[in-house]
Write a protein that binds this ligand. Structure first.
Ligand code: FAD
Length: 870
């Protein structure tokens, strides 16, 4: 659908061509901007929100939403659609035209994202906007253009993502691009990624329309001029919000305050890691080739990412946004306290190169003036993703922050679903408010990472590309030893983890499988293959310290764990249980090992990155008054994985206890001494070999490493990095949370039925599993092997069926080369009817289809003989 052009009472400012001197919103430019873009919708917006300032707000509401930007309006809309009533939306502004980021967002919606979740939120947004507010949303499609070979390759990769995520897209050549946007220069293009369902919206009109729906039959009320000045808590539970218009008692508060989110967060003791960043946006005067245009937008929206630019038609003009400048971060405490706090002075020096590039791409701009120009503000987070969910510090306080217009419709839907059903229905781990590690909310980190996110927003980012700073925030006690072995460090959750070790170059024997080139060869080394083989043939030492270690203890500990773990945890002291914890819908919330250390004491170990998420979720599940302690011992304990057929030989030299298979069987734990070092040893392995995880208090860590290293020399002990770790675990079919496992999949689909005990009694998610068992799983996690072992993919690629690969069956969750089995491996969920062993499929990678087959799994040691019998 095309938007008809709004009225344009232009008061053109004669600026000349190119970039004039410093101008900004304080002058006539800003009023011009308001008139151009937003005037047609302001009247009715005003009618929605401009309450007389002295009109008292209600003294109570079931839900208070703070902020009437696109996010607050979308949440209100979706909550009312879900049947919620008694909703109060408060905004500090007289009307929302002047205050927040939404008021000046040009409203381009590019749905594609490398993250499945973020893409899903955008697709839901398009659906929301088209259904609820068709007159505000123009589905004109988008073009991401490529004028470099590298970008063209990247677009092929993106096309793969769009197939994986179910977003219709195609690659088109320059002629087709020219047809769609005749005013754009295309002769130097390789082509473009065309997403026909992408949109441009009128952001303020969209708010108005969503708010209008929410207000129908009085379900929601909107109040302007009502700044929230405080939040009342009792026993960490929301009681009320305090405003200039009085106190409003509330059960639920949703913070959708945009730039001001961190100020609201502080009111409940939460640091929201986000910061406002300036973003230059301009609009041209009337363009000769477009004169007489009757539509506000007819051309697809355009991204020229190699020049950090985006473009949208505005009737007979064009709007241009640029990320090509040094990032301009603003402290949230320094936001202007005037009528236009989200708009700052235009800084021409930050737009000069962009204007040159824009004119190069759209030659008709050369004869135009810039009639509108300003630096708008919107928020960036350390990882570039939104922040959603209920904060542990204040029950009932939900945040929906750092959300783009592109995702706000989907965010409203997910949040409403989450509040209504206790589960958003989509895997939100990448946007969950609880995902941050303590250092990630520090002002220095937030500023450094937000700046980087801004700079890289359009860059081609390899999935394994490393951030350069801040680094070395968390190191294990034997970090110095890893460094001395030539570790190539990768960062994860602030930890420095060795990916491979330079010293192991000497282990290469030419038998490490096929080499790699291009994209898959980056951040990779053939040394990984040598380390893999050393662990299979001899013994490897793995630094596992970054994994999250949680102590669960107290009189109610067993009952509590039994109520959330799907496996049987009530086992003898010293037994290790692998289990998942499920959502009420049966989705996999966490995947972890639980070791019983005493009648009322358990050690829980989960992934490094997921620690904060798992911890906050586990703590939330403790019944009121239950006597359970759940301290995080991650920093207090380090541990080494000693894995490989010679592991016992090494450890036994330092240990008086009998480590034989009879005395210390698989899946058991014992307190031992490694020399003089007190340690907890778990006979378990994530790589499928004999061995132990050896835990000790952090201060003993260096000595632990040195002792094992020294006695291990005659057995060929090798330091092994995360690169080999991943290849070893994939051969063995071990699932990785966040890749194979997350809330959208349940244990029976994921092949984890062996770790579910339906008969043990009640546990969270059990009822949902019963229903799933009754109807039978629809998907199955499958192991694929590629016919050409030299083709190694990376994850997220679509899995296709049909002679031409015309049907998308699923996507790759993890992939790597198996150096022992000599196969290129990819895992992915397939419809149950396509999951039979031998079924032929295709994996689409960088524009090419590679044939693969469903294989029996695991590929390595399916009998577990190497784990149990050695
Ligand atoms: P806002 O729109 O800022 O709304 C927050 C509201 O909260 C405000 O109205 C404020 O008054 C209110 N508030 C704050 N504190 C209080 C308080 N204490 N009490 C009561 N009320 C309070 N996104 C896209 O998807 N596509 C684009 O093309 C795009 N282009 C952009 C271009 C520019 C120049 C800029 C600056 C941003 C752009 N964005 C774009 C980003 C997008 O505009 C924002 O991410 C989005 O509008 C944020 O919406 P919001 O509702 O969270 O915040």
């Amino acid at each position: 659908m095309l938007l008809s052009q709004p009225g344009r009472g232009l008061s053109s400012t004669a600026l000349g061509t190119g970039i004039p001197g410093r101008t900004g919103i304080a002058g006539s430019d800003h009023s011009t901007w308001l008139v151009i873009g937003l005037a047609p919708t302001l009247v009715s917006v005003t009618s929605l929100l401009s309450q007389p300032a002295d009109r008292p707000a209600p003294s109570q509401a079931r839900v208070v939403i703070i902020g009437a930007g696109i996010v607050g309006c979308s949440v209100a809309y979706w909550l009312t659609r879900k049947g919620w009533r008694d909703i109060l939306v408060l905004d500090q502004g007289p009307v929302f035209r002047n205050l927040g980021s939404t008021s000046h967002a040009p409203g381009l919606m590019f749905q594609h994202n490398n993250s499945k979740t973020v893409c899903q939120l955008a697709m839901w947004s398009v659906d929301t906007y088209l259904r609820a507010t068709p007159g505000t949303t123009a589905q004109v499609g988008s073009l991401e253009i490529a004028h470099t070979a590298e970008r063209w390759q990247e677009l092929k990769r993106k096309l793969g993502n769009t197939k994986s995520w179910g977003l219709g897209a195609e690659l088109v050549g320059p002629v087709e691009v020219q047809r769609m946007v005749p005013v754009m220069r295309t002769d130097d293009l390789y082509g473009a990624l065309h997403v026909p369902s992408d949109c441009a919206v009128r952001s303020v009109a969209l708010c108005e329309s969503l708010a209008g729906h929410a207000q129908a039959d009085g379900a929601a009320k909107f109040y302007a001029g009502a700044p929230v000045t405080g939040i009342e808590l009792k026993d960490r539970q929301i009681r009320a919000v305090l405003t200039d218009r009085g106190r409003v008692a509330a059960e639920v508060v949703v913070c959708a305050a945009g730039l001001w989110g961190p100020i609201l967060g502080r009111m409940v003791g939460v640091e929201l890691p986000m910061t406002p960043v300036q973003h230059p946006y301009v609009e041209t005067s009337s363009l000769a080739p477009l004169r007489g245009e009757t539509y506000e937008i007819r051309h697809p929206i355009v991204r020229d990412q190699d020049n950090d630019l985006y473009f949208r038609q505005r009737g007979d003009r064009y709007g241009i946004g640029s990320y090509r400048h040094d990032p301009l971060v603003v402290s949230v405490d320094d936001l202007p306290r005037n009528d236009h706090p989200a708009v700052l002075w235009f800084t021409p020096e930050h737009f000069r190169q962009s204007w040159t590039d824009a004119v190069g791409r759209f030659p008709c701009f050369a004869a135009a003036d810039l009639t509108t120009k300003f630096n708008g503000l919107f928020s960036f987070t350390p990882d570039g993703n939104a922040i959603l969910g209920e904060v542990p510090e204040a029950r009932g306080f939900w945040v929906a922050e750092a959300v783009w217009v592109t995702h706000a419709g989907g965010v409203g839907r997910a949040l409403a679903e989450w509040l209504t059903e206790g589960d958003a229905g989509v895997d939100l781990r990448e946007v969950d408010v609880n995902r941050f590690h303590p250092h990630q909310v520090s002002p220095a980190y937030v500023k450094a990472r937000a700046q980087r996110q801004y700079v890289e927003v359009y860059d081609i980012i390899h999935p394994r590309q490393q951030m350069e700073s801040p680094r070395s925030l968390r190191t294990s006690p034997y970090h110095c030893r890893l460094r001395d072995l030539g570790a190539v460090f990768f960062e994860a959750a602030g930890w420095e983890r060795a990916e491979w070790f330079g010293v192991n170059e000497s282990l290469r024997n030419g038998d490490e499988g096929p080499g790699r080139s291009g994209w898959t060869a980056r951040y990779w080394s053939p040394i990984i293959g040598a380390e893999h083989q050393a662990a299979r043939a001899r013994v490897g030492m793995f630094d596992l310290t970054p994994f999250t270690k949680i102590d669960v203890s107290g009189p109610a500990a067993l009952d509590y764990l039994q109520s959330i773990a799907s496996n049987q945890v009530d086992r003898p002291i010293g037994r290790i249980t692998y289990t998942s914890m499920l959502t009420a819908r049966g989705g996999i919330k966490c995947d972890l090992t639980i070791t019983r250390l005493g009648p009322e004491r358990f050690q829980v170990v989960t992934g490094a990155g997921t620690g904060p998420l798992d911890l906050s979720w586990m703590r939330r599940q403790v019944p009121a008054g239950a006597a359970v302690n759940i301290p995080d011992l991650t920093s207090a304990r380090c541990f080494v994985g000693l894995w490989g057929p010679r592991a016992r030989d090494v450890l036994q030299l330092l240990c008086e206890q009998d480590l034989s298979n009879r005395a210390f069987p698989y899946l058991t734990a014992q307190q031992i001494h490694v020399g003089s070092i007190p340690a907890l040893a778990l006979r378990i392995s994530y790589v499928g070999e004999l061995g132990w995880e050896v835990y000790t208090p952090t201060e003993y860590g260096l000595q632990l490493w040195d002792s094992l290293w020294e006695v291990g020399q005659p057995f060929g002990v090798t330091a092994v990095g995360s690169g080999a770790f991943d290849s070893l675990r994939l051969e063995k079919g071990y699932r990785l949370w966040g890749s194979e496992l997350h809330t959208e999949y349940h244990p029976f689909e994921a092949g984890l039925g062996f770790a579910v005990r339906m008969g043990k009694g009640e546990f969270l998610g059990r009822a949902a599993l019963e229903a799933i068992v009754a109807r039978g799983p629809k998907l199955k996690l499958c192991c694929l092997t590629l016919d050409d072992p030299a083709v190694v993919v990376m994850g997220k690629e679509p899995i296709l069926a049909g002679e031409q690969g015309e049907r998308v069956l699923g996507y790759v969750t993890s992939a790597n080369y198996g150096y022992t089995v000599g196969r290129s491996i990819a895992y992915g969920y397939l419809p149950i009817e396509s999951a039979n062993e031998g079924t032929r499929v295709w994996v689409y990678f960088f524009g090419e289809r590679h044939s693969a087959r469903v294989s029996g799994e695991p590929l390595y040691d399916p009998e577990n003989a190497r784990l149990r019998d050695l």
